[in-house]
Design a protein around this ligand. Structure first.
Ligand code: BG6
Length: 486
């Protein structure tokens, strides 16, 4: 968190407040902010959802959720107290009467000192995004008056492909200005992801060698042990590529590859990220076949709300190239999947090896230096290099210099949404995506979506649970003489 002062007063309106995201992540994040004194004293929440709760019954449910999802006793106490500032409206998102009720509720709360700054958080299913935006527009709830702000926070998925993302942008921009819109990628709320820029640009040591002359290749892996759990309905229409790549993985890719911004301001940073994503080579259909792999775990088709003959991928691996001065010919290998052997989000920079001439007596090849950025769990950074094994012979062994966040900065209860919510309240766009960035991300995966939809995979399911994914993914990297680093 950049500042440690309370965010400006605001009323948070959550569409879809009865959903999973709120109980697991958003409400705990709000309570973490409250416990740090980062919310205004009159902050309150108005929730809208179709479930038939009343104010008291919703609060009672929220207390049950707090007990299930907030484990820290101090935060739990804060959470239970905050429940008295949560109000519930039951209704259909497409019903204009709901917005009249909402407007009246907001006015009533203002008489009780609630703020006239409104933050509208769309935690609703994707098909409702434009409906909610247009209803808010019609109800004049997005019109900024005086110094009061009206902001929209949009969760992913932001569209289903390039065309739908463009349409969603257009529709949002017809009721609000770009400045009022905050497109979320919750990976950007993770401290370790934010640290990538700090690490690269505040240390003189790494940036001079951060290019094609010294880097052999980069791996970005987000592997999960969980399956689709209760999200079959959503996931079976989406799949691993849409769910993870044109958002979380591309955001990490852009932070690793961007040029230094002129200043740490949203515009400069977003421009650099956008520029580097535009340098990613668009794949031809032949490249899609040669440079992408999709997989589905065994048992996926038996998950609740998943089609019995589903061809949705639960795993994806890609090889990308960037056409720019810094990164020409450096391959970037990206992979993500569900029901894999272990849970880790990690970026690995493999440097080119030094000349082996001096060590000809060593039997093995000299292992390359690796810089590993651990996003989660066990957030940290390590540098792997070679050292002489003690003894009479000149033998090399790999050793590790390791920095763990928890050793230096302790660990606070965090969901990843704290910074994001706080920044929305402060109007800071640094961690959010502008319309063009979202479209650039989709444009990069669109050729893959096109080829994949034309060629239904016949070999699905193709990887066992608790494995490292399909064998083809190993081949993808092995044919370049490299291997996934575990
Ligand atoms: C979400 C995806 O955006 O990110 C999920 O929809 C995925 O499928 C999740 O599991 C991973 O995020 P985290 O923060 O749990 O690593």
């Amino acid at each position: 968190m950049k500042q440690h002062t309370a965010a400006p007063p605001c009323t948070l309106v959550i569409f879809g407040i009865a959903g999973d995201l709120v109980k697991r992540l958003l409400y705990p994040a709000i309570c973490n902010l409250e416990s740090e004194g980062l919310l205004d004293e009159n902050f309150c929440i108005v929730g809208v959802a179709k479930e038939k709760y009343t104010n008291p019954s919703f609060r009672a449910q929220l207390i049950k959720d707090v007990k299930a999802f907030i484990h820290d006793p101090v935060i739990r106490k804060v959470a239970i107290k905050l429940v008295s500032r949560v109000y519930y409206i039951s209704g259909d998102f497409s019903d204009s009467k709901v917005y009249v009720t909402l407007k009246n509720k907001l006015k009533t709360l203002e008489t009780k000192k609630a703020s006239q700054n409104y933050l509208f958080y769309f935690a609703a299913p994707p098909e409702f995004m434009t409906i909610i935006a247009s209803q808010l527009g019609k109800a004049k709830l997005l019109t900024e008056e005086g110094d009061y702000f009206r902001r929209i926070v949009v969760e992913k998925p932001f569209g289903h492909d390039l065309a739908s993302a463009k349409q969603l942008n257009q529709e949002l921009l017809s009721v609000a200005s770009e400045n009022q819109i905050f497109r979320i990628d919750h990976f950007l709320g993770k401290e370790t992801v934010q640290n990538i820029m700090a690490f690269r640009f505040s240390n003189g040591l790494f940036e001079p060698i951060w290019n094609r002359l010294y880097i052999d290749h980069v791996q970005i892996s987000v592997t999960e042990t969980l399956g689709v759990e209760a999200r079959g309905n959503y996931y079976d229409h989406v799949g691993a590529l849409r769910d993870m790549v044109p958002n979380h993985l591309f955001q990490m890719l852009s932070l690793i590859t961007m040029e230094p911004p002129i200043a740490f301001t949203p515009d400069y940073i977003q421009n650099e990220k956008e520029k580097v994503l535009q340098a990613v080579q668009l794949m031809t259909p032949e490249q899609v076949l040669a440079q992408t792999v999709r997989g589905q775990y065994e048992g996926y088709r038996l998950e609740p709300d998943v089609a019995a003959d589903s061809s949705t991928e639960t795993y994806v691996a890609l090889k990308l190239h960037l056409d720019n001065w810094r990164w020409l010919h450096v391959p970037f290998y990206l992979r993500t999947g569900k029901k894999l052997k272990s849970r880790t989000s990690e970026i690995i920079i493999q440097f080119k090896s030094g000349p082996a001439a001096l060590f000809n007596s060593c039997k093995k090849d000299i292992p390359p230096n690796l810089l590993r950025i651990y996003i989660q769990p066990d957030e940290g950074i390590s540098l792997q290099f070679n050292a002489k094994v003690p003894g009479p012979n000149l033998e090399l062994g790999q050793v590790d210099m390791k920095f763990k966040y928890s050793d230096y900065f302790g660990i606070k209860p965090q969901t990843g949404y704290e910074t994001i919510l706080y920044d929305c309240m402060c109007g800071d766009h640094l961690l959010f995506k502008k319309a063009d960035m979202v479209e650039t991300e989709w444009a990069l995966v669109q050729p893959i979506l096109d080829v994949w939809s034309a060629l239904t995979p016949r070999e699905f399911p193709n990887y066992p649970q608790a494995s490292w994914g399909p064998a083809d993914a190993d081949e993808l990297i092995q044919k370049d003489g490299r291997a996934w680093i575990l």
